[in-house]
Ligand binder design. Structure first.
Ligand SMILES: [Zn+2]
Length: 426
């Protein structure tokens, strides 16, 4: 579809502002905002919103307010500096549909620095890409949404509906940042999250459960290791049992409406392993932090029971574990899967925006990771779209966002805001 004159003006405004957008993105990516260290990012977003005239709400998150809400995941780390920041735009005349735009500012750890070609928190622009931890997931998307709003203003328009621009934490471990905005009372007719989806619309996404296996036993000298109380070897036995559970769940996924199209939608990942104290002592302890996916419609509580049963069963067969039963601790995500629902109007508005930028219709993405959309969709039936740029190596090394795709996604975001919220001349 050829863009209308208004759409063209907004598209041109995104182009005109793109250098400034990249400069802001680069400054945002330079902040090493791993879990617990998001505060400087929240400060920066608060400043950007203030400078643009938004009404800013910046609050400390209290776990007690959230712990009984659907989708809450236990917090096992220091949470004393956790904040959410929301900037609200209120139209002078309310005519359109209200919108939440949300991004998470937490990033996953960079890992060994020697595996990066350039330092992860010194973003580099090269060959049409921006490299850096969080450049793709999802700092470029968050700043892109802010500049989408800027482009509407620069093109001489004002949205005619309330908009909440939300910066949240903990998307990578529990989702409590997004949950806190709902607890605070933020609602809208739709939510849009510019995660990097490679220019596709998330149709369905997995849920995720995090748990920690804790194996404890008797330390002995390595000369007596055949007495069989090696906690690290025992933990491997449990990991192998959980891989069988993963296979069972993948077999079950073959009958899922969306996920049957994927070969291996359920991924079990032992992500951190710690254990032992000395090379010549048989390790008395081992902790393994694990992640496993579940599908939309699966009950988190039932899947937790299956994990416990799998671990207990594997322990019964094992000489050491049968006398030293391992513990399972819930250590983060307890998240349901989510399938986009109740979203025909929002999808139609996005379709108009998409076709003006890309031509044609947007393709679906069946996503084997999760996003914060689930809280809006599942807890409050708010249609919740997830769409954004492309790139590579999110959660890996040399993560980058493709800048041409970011420019297009920013244009589509701006046109979606225009279509959904409505515009008037400024
Ligand atoms: Zn993300």
């Amino acid at each position: 579809m050829t863009p209308s004159d208004n759409q063209k003006r907004i598209i041109e405004a995104v182009d005109a502002g793109f250098d400034a957008q990249l400069a802001t993105t680069r400054a945002f990516v330079a902040i090493p905002s791993t879990r617990g260290a998001e505060a400087p990012c929240q400060d920066m977003i608060g400043d950007l919103l203030h400078a643009r005239g938004y009404e800013v709400d910046d609050w400390h998150i209290d776990i007690d307010d959230l712990k009984d809400l659907r989708g809450f995941g236990p917090i096992t780390h220091d949470f004393s500096r956790a904040r959410s920041v929301v900037g609200t735009y209120r139209p002078s005349r309310s005519a359109g549909r209200s919108l939440i735009l949300q991004g998470h500012c937490d990033v996953v750890p960079a890992g060994p620095l020697e595996l990066w070609d350039t330092p992860p928190f010194s973003p580099v622009v090269r060959d049409g890409r921006m490299y850096g931890r969080g450049a793709l997931d999802m700092k470029s998307g968050t700043i892109g949404a802010l500049y989408a709003l800027e482009a509407i203003k620069a093109a001489g328009f004002m949205p005619t509906a309330r908009i909440h621009f939300q910066s949240v934490i903990e998307e990578e471990s529990t989702g409590v940042g997004a949950l806190s905005t709902l607890q605070r009372g933020y609602r809208a007719d739709a939510c849009f999250i510019p995660e990097p989806t490679g220019g596709r619309m998330v149709r369905a996404q997995v849920g995720v459960i995090w748990f920690r296996l804790k194996v404890r036993g008797h330390p002995v000298h390595v000369a007596h290791a055949t007495s069989g109380s090696n906690a690290i070897m025992a933990a491997y036995h449990l990991i192998e049992a959980l891989q069988k559970l993963e296979a069972e769940w993948n077999a079950r996924a073959a009958s899922d409406h969306h996920f049957k199209t994927l070969v291996h939608p359920i991924n079990f990942n032992p992500g951190i392993i710690k254990g032992g104290d000395w090379a010549s002592s048989v390790p008395a302890w081992c902790d393994v932090d694990c992640r496993i996916a579940i599908l939309p419609g699966w009950s988190v509580a039932d899947c937790q029971k299956e994990i416990l049963a799998c671990v207990a069963h594997a322990a019964r067969d094992h000489r050491f574990l049968s006398n030293n039963p391992p513990e399972v601790e819930w250590s983060g995500f307890l998240s349901e899967g989510y399938e986009l629902a109740n979203a025909a109007d929002a999808e139609a508005a996005f379709g108009t925006a998409y076709s003006a930028v890309y031509g044609g219709a947007v393709q679906d993405l069946v996503f084997t990771a999760l996003t914060d959309t689930r809280f809006y969709g599942l807890n409050y039936n708010i249609p919740s779209l997830c769409f954004g740029a492309s790139g590579e190596a999110l959660h890996g090394f040399n993560e980058y966002v493709d800048l041409a795709s970011l420019r297009q996604a920013t244009k589509a975001t701006a046109l979606f805001i225009a279509e959904w919220c409505g515009l008037e001349k400024a």
